[in-house]
Design a protein. Sequence first.
Length: 264
Amino acid sequence: MKTGIALGGGAGLGWAHIGVFRAFEAEGVKVDMISGTSIGAIVGACIAAGIVDELEEVAREITLREMLTMGEFGFKKGGLIGAGKIEQKLRKHLNYKTFEELKLPFVAVAADVYSGDRVAMQDGDVVTAVRASSAIPGMLPPVATESLLLVDGGVVDPVPVQPLRDLGADFIIAVDLQGDYEGKSQRLGFDPAMKLPSLAAMKTARAGWSMALHSLTQANLKVDKPDVVITPRIGHIDMADFTRADELIALGKAAAYDVMDSIT
């Protein structure tokens, strides 16, 4: 039995993936292959490279100031923020490793702007693939190849199950960071217990975007159903906040233990 884990997208919420993996380590759950979209690709690459300890240290220590200095704000090359400092950070830990040099088979998923197709990357430079997988449209610049223009895979495949089937996985665990939609809507002020919900334009737009991601994820998981889905209760945390790793890692670990009987 080969076990694969599909790590979903969700920006700062992705630190919950570390908690899921730590729970697997504690319970002796062997992961044979990994796929990831967006932040799931970043965490997945670090797991596959055997540098989860380094990633967790970075996640737990990141501050708001560091988040802002990483941004390189300004309209440049297809995004509101640059990617140079982000790539430097990734290079520091992943260097110029190729997929073939990783300790576990790994697939990073992106989307091609030209065709709208999902692109599953599993050869060449890992950091370039991870950058493409996490290039949020309009925010981070896309990554160009000879024939493709790649952006965040979350717009087509928020939790990439199919690439693990293509790798030969017999048992697939999906980690869905978009599953707690009610928590997100309540955080934005849309609580049925309130007499008058928030009608601020930006909050309504963010709720709509969250609903779209949630619906796309659920539709994909119904079509290509994994054996187990882990859904951390993290909707109360903003996706743009990368500074709450301690809480997210704990919530990811708790969510993994909620379904551990279905895995071990």
